[in-house]
Design a protein around this ligand. Structure first.
Ligand code: F6P
Length: 539
């Protein structure tokens, strides 16, 4: 593929970026009364208002031409057709097949597993599936990490108010504190462990699962009872059986870990909230899939999210992307998106195996509003390193609005976006300081500290409400955003070779710490650190 920087649309965007450096979004609103409407898109109950971005129609058109020149339409067709677009592993990335309705399947086995899942969920929730003393299950502990943790954890947290009977817990970290602190609160007779691992080879997950198994045995269960308290979700049936788990919910190699919550990986969602809610989430995601698959670039919500991101990162030099959900229950969203975006597009090599000539994924980070306002918003408003921000705001109903805190939640969200764009008017600030009796050098100094220019870009993403359907639609929109950016940057968004080296080296170091393998030669820093740990452990 031609170097993207040689494409006419890329050059055009470079010119537009130079012009845009002098433009102020606030003035663009003043000159175009239809701006908000022009740059707002809605699909599947999600509304994206990107009118506070530093864009105009010429920019959006050029971004569209860029995506077209990178063969967006053919790539989208290949994605939905289940073609092996993950070219380094020869696999499809067909997570959309997981959320198709049962009467319009793309892949029959998806619905077989879903039916099996539904039967199991019903048994557990109705108390027909019992633990080793005959007691019904009250708590489910999902043991998994990365994509085998973040999605189900996010949905269960987000919809905690819908939880009935079964309480779901998530253990990811290999730090003993994670599992130990969870087990302290569990009743072994009523606890079901779900070991979730696509590969069933992830060291952290297997270590935690082994400890959980031993905990059950130490608390009165026999080896034969293990089957009543352990199920697995994996594509590696053989390894699951070797571990001693009989009940397995499978999925397929064309489901990437970070795209897997729609498969049986989401079983904890169904156990905690009910199968209907799980299906609602799939339906919301499917509605977004339909939109993404059919809408042209200029009307396509996930594509707009993606292209605005490309503009900010590659042309305005904003290599920091911040996600701030204004909803306590979405506190896990930034972590989910970090994996989705950075594991997918954190690549420096193109699909053709060449060094990427342009920046790829920006740093993705964030936290929940309003807390974030009292932590990092100072930097967003006045820091030298500018970022672009996604505000995510679930709407609520009239009853909720009776609560003053609810009104504050909304007011704060909109105020921050407006402040980022408008900054502080210098004349008004001078008047304020003069009224405080300041003048001369003192006034200048205070003015310099308090002024901020604004013109900092953000998007507002509204969810019609915080429910399973809209969560499904929101996450699917972000998945497609990641895909579109991968197409523009000509990278493979669906592999993650970069995490493998660290895993291998951790295995070697673990062996050394346990005295099982010969020490290899380490750099002086690592050798000194190992010696320090050995001293602490009395070795
Ligand atoms: O380390 C990266 C990764 O492979 C992720 O892509 C994945 O979601 C996570 O580890 C967990 O993998 P598994 O589901 O195979 O345990």
């Amino acid at each position: 593929m031609t170097d993207i920087r040689q494409k006419p649309a890329w050059r055009e965007l470079g010119r537009l970026a130079a012009q845009m450096s002098r433009a102020r979004v606030k003035s663009m609103f003043a000159h175009d009364e239809r701006r908000a409407e022009r740059f707002t898109l809605s699909a599947a109950g999600i509304t994206l208002d990107y009118s506070k971005q530093r864009i105009d129609q010429a920019v959006m058109d050029a971004l569209g031409r860029l995506a077209e020149s990178q063969e967006f339409y053919a790539a989208r067709e290949a994605l939905f057709a289940g073609a092996p677009i993950n070219n380094s592993e020869g696999r499809a990335a067909w997570h959309m097949a997981l959320r198709r309705p049962a009467d319009a399947p793309l892949y029959d086995e998806v619905h077989e597993v879903r039916a099996d899942m539904a039967a199991f969920v019903d048994d557990v929730r109705r108390g027909r599936w019992v633990g080793y003393t005959g007691a019904p299950i009250s708590d489910v502990v999902n043991i998994g990490i990365g994509g085998s943790d973040l999605g189900p954890r996010l949905i269960c947290d987000a919809l905690a108010q819908l939880r009935q009977r079964i309480h779901c817990h998530f253990v990811a970290n290999v730090d003993p504190a994670d599992l130990d602190d969870t087990l302290i609160r569990m009743d072994p007779e009523r606890t079901l462990f779900i070991v979730t691992s696509k590969s069933f080879g992830t060291a952290e997950t297997l270590a935690n699962a082994g400890v959980a198994r031993q905990w059950l045995l130490d608390n009165g269960a026999s080896e034969d009872d293990i089957a009543k308290h352990f199920v697995a979700v994996s594509t590696n049936e053989e390894a699951v059986r070797e571990f001693g788990i009989e009940r397995i919910f499978g999925f397929w190699d064309w489901v990437g870990g970070r795209f897997s919550l729609w498969s049986a990986v989401g079983i904890s969602i169904a156990l905690g909230l009910g199968m209907d809610e799980f299906e609602n989430m799939l339906a919301g995601a499917h509605a977004m899939d339909n939109h993404f698959e059919t809408a042209p670039l200029g009307e396509n919500l996930p594509a707009a999210l993606a292209l605005v991101g490309v503009w900010n990162n590659n042309f305005l030099g904003l290599s920091s992307h911040v996600v701030v959900p204004y909803a306590q229950r979405l506190a896990a969203l930034p972590a989910f998106l970090q994996q989705l975006e950075m594991e997918s597009n954190g690549k420096s090599v193109t699909r053709d195996g060449e060094a990427s000539p342009v920046e790829t994924v920006p740093t993705v980070w964030g936290s929940v509003g309003t807390n974030a306002q009292h932590a990092f918003f100072q930097m967003l408003h006045q820091g030298v390193l500018a970022a672009d921000v996604d505000f995510v705001l679930p709407l609520s109903d009239a009853d909720a609005a009776d609560d003053e805190r609810e009104r504050q939640r909304v007011a704060n969200c909109f105020a921050q976006a407006e402040a980022l764009m408008c900054g502080r008017d210098t004349d008004a600030l001078v008047a304020e300081l003069t009224a405080e009796g300041l003048s001369g050098w003192e006034l200048e100094q205070r003015l310099a500290a308090r002024r901020f220019d604004g013109n900092r870009p953000s998007s507002m993403i509204l969810m019609e409400r915080l429910d399973a359907h809209h969560l499904g639609a929101l996450l699917a929109a972000y998945e497609h955003k990641v895909f579109v950016q991968g197409v523009v940057w000509n990278i493979n968004s669906f592999d993650q070779w970069g995490v493998e080296l660290g895993k291998t080296m951790a295995g070697q170091l673990l062996g050394e710490l346990e005295g099982d393998v010969e020490s290899v030669e380490h750099d002086a820093s690592t050798a000194a650190l190992l010696a320090r740990v050995r001293r602490a452990w009395g070795q």
